[in-house]
Write a protein that binds this ligand. Structure first.
Ligand code: SAM
Ligand code: SF4
Length: 330
């Protein structure tokens, strides 16, 4: 059963749900000055009950997977309650998170025990100093230890994402380091092209580089492009029989990126966003207040689907509502 479909025939089995805008890192491309309270919006972040109703509604609309993101989702005190409610009380089959890996070494066991189905960890560089310069936190060792702890506990679905930054982490030496890392590690590493947001124009102009540099590296080193099924999502994946992990590229500026869009987004304050970028989005929070509103909520979401546009128009410099990705969760 898959009810969420737009006017271009795309289906949406997948939701990205931001549960907070707060973050404890200061990544140069996202929150270079750290999290700042948004004085123009005094709405609280979604409450556990609202999250549960939302997930139940999406599950009844055929959604099978929710990614919890942020800001940094793990800073919420009720983070593990949220995971449990989504996983065991909402009808959603797969619950995954995107995290910066803060204190991952200490949290690994609790994450595994919570029933999560997958973890995406953001690591822009395997060089400690570079990692520190990008995030303003000297935490690479604890994150790598956290990954090891997850693996020792038998947790398998681990992916790492890094934002590709010209002159920072986009050289052959950087690519070789990741290549060594995934050789005997069943972990996928994906480079995301730096996206321009409302707040990061100067940073973007300084560091944006096309993912072609990495694609050329992959081709030169005999990585094989893996064609994927129709509903596979926007990552281009590469395999190599000598490696346990895979490489991937997420290139939002590429021509056909939006064709494989299979996700909707919910912001931390309960707005439905039809696209990471673009101005289409409405608050659905007023319909998250009582269990009896479920049918009305489903109806509203289904009606919104016809407003989803064909493309994000990023290549035209469009940033829509997106000041930085901490509000929508990337
Ligand atoms: N704090 C968590 C983390 O960093 O994994 C989750 C939220 S973060 C906004 C989600 C993803 O968006 C991260 O992988 C981050 O690197 C990526 N991201 C943030 N700003 C970006 C930008 N301007 N362009 C491309 N990716 C970006
Ligand atoms: Fe925080 Fe994630 Fe943004 Fe970095 S990318 S500042 S970790 S929300």
């Amino acid at each position: 059963m898959q009810l969420l479909q737009d006017s271009f025939g795309r289906k949406f089995p997948y939701i990205r749900m931001s549960i907070t805008d707060v973050c404890n890192f200061k990544c140069g491309y996202c929150l270079p000055n750290g999290y700042q309270v948004d004085k123009s919006d005094n709405r609280k972040f979604l409450h556990l009950d609202e999250i549960k109703r939302l997930a139940k509604c999406f599950s009844e609309l055929g959604v099978c997977k929710i990614r919890i993101t942020g800001g940094e989702p793990t800073v919420r005190k009720d983070f593990f309650d949220i995971v449990k409610v989504l996983k065991f009380e909402s009808g959603i089959k797969k619950v995954v998170i995107t995290t910066n890996g803060y204190h991952l070494d200490q949290k690994a066991k609790q994450l595994v025990d919570s029933g999560l189905n997958g973890i995406n960890i953001s690591i822009d560089s395997l060089d400690r100093e570079t990692f520190k310069n990008i995030t303003n936190h000297d935490r690479l060792p604890e994150i790598l230890q956290g990954i090891k702890n997850l693996q020792d506990l038998g947790f398998e679905n681990i992916k790492i994402n890094g934002v590709l930054l010209n002159g920072v982490n986009a050289s052959e030496k950087d690519f070789n380091k990741w290549s060594e890392f995934i050789k005997n590690n069943k972990i996928d590493y994906r480079y995301i092209e730096l996206m321009r947001t409302g707040d990061n124009l100067d940073y973007f102009n300084k560091y944006h580089v096309s993912s072609k540099v990495f694609k050329d590296y992959l081709n030169k080193n005999k990585w094989i492009y893996q064609t994927l099924g129709k509903d596979a999502g926007p990552s281009l994946n590469y395999i190599n029989p000598d490696y346990k992990g895979k490489f991937g590229i997420i290139a939002p500026y590429s021509k056909d990126f939006c064709k494989s869009c299979n996700r909707l987004r919910i912001t931390s304050r309960g707005d439905l966003r039809l696209c990471l970028f673009g101005n289409t989005g409405i608050s659905i929070r007023h319909l998250l207040q009582k269990d009896e509103q479920l049918e009305e909520l489903k109806d509203l979401i289904l009606k919104q689907m016809r407003f989803k546009k064909e493309s994000h128009y990023l290549e035209l410099g469009e940033t829509g509502l997106t000041k930085n990705l901490s509000t929508t969760g990337g």
